[in-house]
Ligand binder design. Structure first.
Ligand SMILES: [Zn+2]
Ligand SMILES: [Zn+2]
Length: 205
């Protein structure tokens, strides 16, 4: 099984994740947001073959990626929609359905637009790193009512099709379990929503 290490960095408490194959010590680094010294320390015994950004928001890469990449020289990938939206130049594109190998283990890219146009999750065994697409308490922040609707539609087709015992690891704060959150998500979808609802929305509204 892939090992998952979490490091909380920067003023927004962004979660930087490291996935490691315990047999080959190859790793995939996700959102090296800030505090590059601590991120590099976390990667010290790991051969990081790729870096992935879950989405293009500053608090997920701006204060860490440059120095981390200058030291470990791993290529960085993200979804093309966020590369375009935020003017970032990835080394390789990450489209929906793409399989990344981390040593012996596959990790699947899942596109979840809404929080940003190119938000992605990385799905592996019964776990997923979801960036800011969803949190235990609600969907990720949205900037328009249309983006919230897109986010809900995306989550319905991705995260909430996963088995109940799937643990999801968000970009900030603690992980959640799909089965624990599903009732609140479904209740939210069933309730009447004001047409102008967006921003920091919780399942309880
Ligand atoms: Zn974000
Ligand atoms: Zn964030």
């Amino acid at each position: 099984m892939l090992e998952l290490t979490t490091l909380r960095v920067g003023e927004y408490g962004t979660n930087c994740y490291l996935l490691t194959c315990p047999r080959t010590h190859r790793g995939l680094l996700v959102d090296p947001a800030a505090d590059p010294d601590a991120v590099l320390e976390m990667c010290r015994r790991v051969y990081v073959t790729r870096i992935v950004l879950t989405h293009g928001h500053h608090d997920h890469y701006a204060l860490g990626l440059g120095r981390v990449q200058a030291t470990i020289h791993a290529p960085m990938g993200m979804h093309p929609a966020d590369a375009e939206a935020f003017g970032i130049h990835p080394d390789f594109p990450l489209e929906d359905g793409r399989i990344l190998r981390v040593g012996h283990f596959p990790v699947k890219v899942v596109h979840i637009p809404g929080h940003t146009p190119g938000s992605i999750a990385l799905h592996f065994d019964r776990r997923a790193i979801v960036g800011d697409a969803v949190f235990p308490g609600g969907p990720g922040h949205t900037q328009t009512a249309a983006a919230l609707e897109q986010s809900l539609f995306s989550l319905q087709r991705t995260v909430f099709t996963w088995p109940n015992d799937t643990t999801f690891y968000p970009g900030h704060g603690d992980p959640g379990v799909v089965g624990d959150v599903r009732p609140a998500f479904q209740a939210f979808l069933a309730r009447h929503r004001p047409a102008d609802l967006y921003g920091d929305v919780t399942w309880e509204m």
